[in-house]
Design a binder for this molecule. Structure first.
Ligand code: NAP
Ligand code: SF4
Length: 671
C-alpha cells in the first residue's frame, strides 16, 4: 500500500491515460538555446525515467515578436521540428510524456518588436508594445496554431498554451492593458475572445487526441486584474473550446507579491484551484510551492485539484515520483525554493541548474560514475561543500570519513534555517544527514581533525568553511556588540538594533530580528495578510483592499552598508526585491553610503556625507562578511599532506551554498 494513493492514481483523459497525477511544470532552462539537443533530450528523459506523469517544456515562442528575448527558442522551421523530435523520441523511449509550452510574451517580450492589445508599457519592460491591428491579431493566432501543429509533428503529446503570468493572452483580458474598442476589447466577452479563439483554433488544427493544457491566471495580483467571475467564465469557455486540462497560473510577473519564493507558504494558492475545480468539467492542476509528495497528496486527497504541478522540484530531483512510489520519499532531494541556480540564472542569461542538484541541466557533463578504484577519502567540514563532496564520493563507491568540529551536520545551513522564511533549509539539512548515512559515510562529529587524523587517506578534502570578518571597528569589544552567528543562535538582543553590513547575512539577521511568533512562511493566513493577498471574488486581481498589513516589527532595526545606494542590490536577482520589501514592511531603515566611526555604549556613530550621527542602539550586530577558515589547510601544507580546498575555505567572497555544493560535487565526481 502506497503512502500516496491519490498522487499515484492514473488520470484518464479519454484518448490517453496519464500514469499519475504529477505534472512537471514548465521551466525555462536555457538548454534549447545552446543548440545541443542531445543535452535537452537527456534533461527531459532523466525526468521521464523518474516517473513523472506528464512534462511541459520551457516556453517556446510561436514567432519572433512573441519570444521572451531575442533568439528565444521556438518551433520556427522544419529544422526546429527535427531538433525537437530528438527530445520527444528520447522521452518516449524512457516511457514518458511531454507537452510543449507555447509562450507568446506580448509586451513582456524583450525587444522593440513586441506587440500587445494596446500600446501600454509594462512596468518591468523598457519597451512600449505595438498595438496589433485586426490582421496582426490574426497573424498571432495563426502563428500559435502553427506552433501547435509543428509540436504535434515533432512528436509532442500535447501543448500548453500559456495564458497566465501576464503574458500575451493574459494582457488581452484586463482593461489596463487592453484599451481597445473593437471586437477584441471592451466587454469581458470581447477581451477573452483571443484566448478562447486560440484554444478553439489549436484544437481544430491538432485534432481531438492531443493534450491541450490552458494555463489560466487564477489570481493576477495586479490592480485591475481579472475578477473571479471572469476567471470562471474564461475557464468554462476554454473548456468549451477544447482544452483538456486547466493549469493554475498565479500572479503576473510584474506583481509585487511573491508567488514562488521560499518565504511563500507551501501550496499557498491551491485554495483558488480548489474553488475553480467544481466550476468546470475538465481536470484542473494546482501549482506553486508544492514541493513534497505529502503536500501534493494532501491537495489531491482534499479534492483541491486533479493533478499537481511541480517544476523546480524536478530540478532538485528527477526521480521525485519514482522515489515516492517506492517508499523512498525521504530520499527525495528537496527543492528549497531559493531560486539561486534556477530562476536567478535564467534571468541573468545563464543556464539553469539547481543549488541542491548541480547535475540539473548538466546531465551530460557532470556524471557520477561508479569509481574505477575505490579509495579512502577524508572530508573535513560538514557544511554544504563537505556534505556534498562526501555524499557524491561515497555514492560512487569510495570509503569516506566526514569530520566536523561541531556536534551536528550542516555548517552554515544551520544558521539559514533559523531565519523566518527559510524553513525549507530544515529539509535540506535532514536530507543531507539521511543521504550521507545511506551512502555509508563514516561521520565523526565533535572532533577537530588535524594532520594526524588525515595522514594515510588517499584524498583529503578541506571544507572548513569561513570565519566572520573582523571589521576592526573602534568599540566592537563592548558588551552590546554581537556577531551574526550568536544572534541567530538565540543570544539576547535589545529593542533598538543596528545591523552593520547588508549582504545576504545582514538581511537575514534583520529579518530574524523583526519577526516574533510564528513565521508567516508556515502560517498562510498571516502571510496573505502581510503581503495583502485578498480574494479575487471580492476584489479584481486579488489584491486586498487595505494593502499589506504586516504585524508590528518585534524590534526597531537599522541596516547599514558603506557602499552608496540602496542596500540589497547584490541579493538574488529574483528574490532581492522580496527581501527589501519584507524589511521595508517592518519599518527597517536601510541606509547605504555610511562610514563607521566608532561604537559607544549608547549606539553607533556613523558619518553620512561627512556628517557625524549617533544611531542609538541597545545591540549592534556585525554582519561584515567572512574570511576563509584556513587553519587546517595551513597545518596540512606544513605537514606535507596534499589536499583539496573547497567552498568558503577556498574563497569566501561571493560564497553561497550554491557554489559550495557545486564545488563539492564536481571535486567528488573526479575522484
Ligand atoms: P557579503 O554578502 O559579502 O556582505 C558583507 C557585508 O559587509 C556587505 O554589506 C559589505 O558591504 C560589508 N562589509 C564588508 N567588509 C566590511 C568591513 N571591513 N567593515 C564593515 N563592513 C564590511 O557577506 P555575507 O552577508 O556574510 O554573506 C555571505 C554569503 O552568503 C554571501 O555571498 C551571500 O550571497 C550568501 N548569503 C545569501 C543569502 C541570500 O539570501 N541569498 C543569505 C545569506 C547569505 P560594504 O562594504 O558596502 O559595507
Ligand atoms: Fe529549487 Fe533552489 Fe534548486 Fe531552484 S535552485 S530548483 S529553487 S533548490
Amino acid at each position: 500500500m502506497t503512502a500516496y494513493p491519490h498522487l499515484l492514481a492514473p488520470l484518464d483523459l479519454g484518448f490517453t491515460v496519464l500514469p499519475n497525477r504529477v505534472l512537471m511544470g514548465s521551466m525555462h532552462t536555457g538548454l534549447e538555446e545552446t543548440g545541443d539537443w542531445n543535452r535537452v533530450a537527456e534533461f527531459y528523459s532523466a525526468r521521464a525515467r523518474g516517473g513523472v506523469g506528464l512534462m511541459v517544456t520551457g516556453g517556446m515562442a510561436p514567432n519572433r515578436e512573441g519570444g521572451v528575448f531575442p533568439g528565444a527558442a521556438g518551433l520556427y522551421t522544419s529544422a526546429d521540428i527535427a531538433s525537437h523530435r530528438i527530445v520527444t523520441d528520447r522521452v518516449h523511449d524512457a516511457g514518458g510524456r511531454i507537452a510543449m509550452q507555447i509562450l507568446h510574451a506580448g509586451r513582456y517580450a524583450y525587444g522593440k518588436e513586441c506587440v500587445s492589445a494596446s500600446a501600454v508599457k509594462s512596468p518591468i519592460s523598457p519597451f512600449v508594445p505595438r498595438e496589433l491591428d485586426e490582421a496582426g491579431i490574426e497573424k498571432q493566432i495563426a502563428d500559435i496554431v502553427t506552433a501547435a501543429v509543428r509540436a504535434r509533428e515533432a512528436g509532442y503529446d500535447g501543448v500548453e498554451v500559456m495564458g497566465s503570468e501576464g503574458y500575451f493572452l493574459n494582457q488581452f483580458l484586463v482593461t489596463h492593458v487592453n484599451r481597445r474598442i473593437d471586437r477584441w476589447g471592451g466587454s469581458y466577452e470581447n477581451r477573452m475572445r483571443l484566448p478562447v479563439e486560440v484554444v478553439a483554433r489549436v484544437r481544430a488544427a491538432v485534432g481531438p487526441d492531443f493534450i491541450l493544457i490552458y494555463r489560466l491566471s487564477l489570481i493576477d495580483l495586479v490592480p485591475d486584474g481579472s475578477s473571479w467571475d471572469e476567471v470562471v467564465l474564461l475557464a468554462r469557455s476554454v473548456e468549451g473550446a477544447g482544452a483538456t486540462l486547466i493549469n493554475s497560473g498565479i500572479g503576473w510577473h510584474e506583481a509585487r507579491v511573491p508567488t514562488i519564493a521560499t518565504s511563500v507558504p507551501r501550496a499557498a494558492f491551491a485554495w483558488l484551484t480548489a474553488r475553480l475545480r467544481p466550476e468546470v468539467g475538465i481536470p484542473v492542476i494546482a501549482s506553486n510551492r508544492i514541493n513534497t509528495p505529502e503536500v501534493a497528496e494532501g491537495l489531491l486527497a482534499q479534492g483541491a485539484a486533479d493533478m499537481v504541478s511541480m517544476a523546480r522540484p524536478f530540478l532538485a530531483d528527477p526521480d521525485f515520483v519514482a522515489k515516492a512510489a517506492s517508499g523512498r520519499a525521504a530520499e527525495i532531494a528537496p527543492c528549497i525554493a531559493c531560486n539561486q541556480a534556477c530562476l536567478d540564472h535564467t534571468f541573468s542569461g545563464r543556464l539553469t541548474s539547481c543549488l541542491v542538484n548541480p547535475r540539473a541541466c548538466h546531465e551530460t557533463e557532470l556524471v557520477y560514475a561508479p569509481a574505477a578504484t575505490p579509495r579512502r577519502i577524508a572530508v573535513v567540514g560538514a557544511g554544504p561543500a563537505g556534505l556534498m563532496c562526501a555524499l557524491v564520493a561515497a555514492e560512487r563507491g569510495h570509503a569516506v570519513v566526514l569530520f566536523d568540529k561541531a556536534e551536528t551536520l550542516g555548517g552554515q545551513l544551520n544558521l539559514a534555517r533559523r531565519v523566518p522564511g527559510k524553513e525549507e533549509f530544515d529539509g535540506l539539512v535532514d536530507w543531507f544527514a539521511g543521504s550521507v548515512a545511506r551512502a555509508g559515510v563514516e561521520v565523526r562529529l565533535g572532533h577537530v581533525a588535524g594532520p594526524k587524523d588525515l595522514r594515510g587517506f588517499d584524498e583529503v578534502v578541506v571544507a572548513t568553511g569561513v570565519v566572520p570578518r573582523d571589521p576592526g571597528l573602534p568599540g566592537q569589544d563592548l558588551a552590546h556588540v554581537r556577531g551574526y552567528a550568536e544572534v541567530l543562535a538565540g543570544a539576547p538582543v535589545g529593542q533598538r538594533v543596528v545591523v552593520v553590513g547588508a549582504g545576504g547575512i545582514g538581511f537575514d539577521v534583520a529579518e530574524f530580528l523583526v519577526h516574533r511568533g510564528e513565521s508567516p512562511a508556515v502560517a498562510p493566513d498571516l502571510w496573505r495578510q502581510e503581503w495583502g493577498v485578498g480574494d479575487p471574488a471580492t476584489i479584481r486581481g486579488g489584491l486586498a483592499a487595505g494593502g499589506p498589513r504586516p504585524e508590528a516589527p518585534a524590534r526597531q532595526v537599522t541596516l547599514l552598508q558603506r557602499k552608496p545606494g540602496k542596500p540589497g542590490k547584490g541579493l538574488g536577482k529574483t528574490t532581492g526585491w522580496i527581501h527589501r520589501a519584507s524589511l521595508a514592511m517592518k519599518s527597517v531603515e536601510m541606509r547605504g553610503g555610511v562610514t563607521y566611526d566608532r561604537i559607544l555604549p549608547e549606539g553607533l556613530v556613523i558619518l553620512q556625507d561627512g556628517v557625524p550621527e549617533l544611531l542609538p542602539a541597545d545591540t549592534i550586530v556585525l554582519c561584515t562578511g567572512q574570511e576563509p577558515e584556513g587553519t587546517l589547510s595551513a597545518a596540512l601544507a606544513s605537514a606535507g599532506i596534499a589536499h583539496h580546498v573547497i567552498g568558503g575555505a577556498e574563497r569566501a567572497a561571493e560564497l553561497d551554498a550554491k557554489r559550495a555544493i557545486d564545488q563539492g560535487a564536481r571535486l567528488a565526481a573526479g575522484f
